[in-house]
Design a protein around this ligand. Structure first.
Ligand SMILES: [Mg+2]
Length: 186
């Protein structure tokens, strides 16, 4: 397997898993506190490829305890992860127009850990959280429990393309699905 010398930061909720107090019609993969947690289709395969290709980390806006419990269930060995960031590392910003707060994942904190940002990718279903570093963000569709979801398989194909770039920030990542279909027909 290739090794891309990049850091891949993955969001948790609605990106890798769907967590809900109201269960779906099928059994959850596991439970954490009062939440029924459903793994996104292909998750185990996706994570095994990601950890082989990249340095991998998790950054969720959820709380520390919940995040660590979910991660323990989906990563057979947690030491495969470079770091786990939770709500504690997120930044709250006030939207003056709406008068409400929103959450930011500021990659400045990752840079401080010694990762050059041209080699950092962050996958999130809410791209507004990575607004401060949109050049690093790969937006992904929200996962809300559908069994026929194939987003992680598509994303792997894209990660293979973008993984080999010297500077990941130089390419436009919105609309990435069109790029995989193009590379497949070439
Ligand atoms: Mg999310």
């Amino acid at each position: 397997m290739p090794k891309y010398h990049k850091l891949l930061i993955l969001d948790l909720d609605e990106t890798l898993v769907y967590s809900t107090e109201d269960p779906l019609l099928r059994n959850p993969d596991f439970k954490v506190f009062q939440y029924h947690v459903y793994k996104r289709p292909g998750l185990d395969y996706f994570l095994s490829v990601c950890t082989a290709w990249f340095e991998t980390a998790i950054w969720t806006a959820s709380g520390f305890e919940y995040a660590h419990q979910v991660i323990r269930q989906i990563f057979p060995e947690t030491d495969q992860l470079k770091f786990i960031f939770t709500s504690k590392q997120c930044t709250l910003r006030l939207d003056y127009e709406l008068g409400s707060y929103y959450v930011l994942k500021r990659l400045k904190k990752v840079k401080k850990k010694g990762y050059p940002l041209e080699k950092v990718l962050i996958v999130d279903d809410s791209p507004e959280k990575s607004m401060a570093n949109y050049g690093n963000a790969i937006p992904i569709q929200k996962y809300e429990g559908k069994e026929e979801d194939c987003e992680l398989f598509l994303l792997l194909k894209y990660l293979e393309i973008i993984g080999s770039l010297e500077n990941v920030r130089q390419v436009e990542k919105r609309g990435w699905r069109a790029k995989i279909s193009k590379s497949e027909t070439e």
